[in-house]
Design a protein around this ligand. Structure first.
Ligand code: SF4
Ligand code: SF4
Length: 124
């Protein structure tokens, strides 16, 4: 069973992804390519496509709710690293829930992860 984020991507197409410019290649070679960001204010940039009323990160590949990926996953900025999938590590994630709800996707539950671990369907 794929990781639930690989068939979701809702948070990459729901929120503005803003972070300090030092997380880009303007500061560190290993950062997010600066050309994929745009200035937000004196100290912050946002991922292109996310500072919008209909956000959709430029790095998001695939269709939300289907097979998705991040074109620069290893370089993703701190907001992306910090937004956890609900209950993956035993904690709720209201942002995850809100993003999924916006796309008509059911919230992840403890059972989602248990069934992934055991290979048994959630209602077994
Ligand atoms: S909304 Fe939740 S499940 Fe979907 S990609 Fe983001 S963290 Fe993963
Ligand atoms: S950088 Fe990657 S993980 Fe972050 S919002 Fe964009 S597609 Fe999603």
């Amino acid at each position: 069973m794929p990781h639930p984020c690989q068939t979701c991507g809702a948070c990459c197409a729901r929120f503005r992804v803003a972070f300090h410019w030092s997380e880009t290649t303007a500061y560190a070679e290993t950062g997010m390519p600066a050309e994929l960001t745009e200035p937000l204010d004196a100290h912050r940039v946002s991922m292109r496509g996310t500072d919008s009323r209909t956000p959709h990160c430029i790095n998001l590949v695939g269709a939300v709710g289907s097979a998705v990926g991040c074109a620069h996953y290893a370089r993703r900025p701190s907001p992306c690293r910090d937004l956890g999938a609900a209950w993956e590590f035993g904690e709720p994630s209201p942002q995850c829930d809100r993003a999924r709800a916006a796309y008509g996707l059911a919230p992840l539950t403890v059972e989602t992860w248990r069934s992934r671990l055991t290979g048994m369907p959630p209602d077994a």
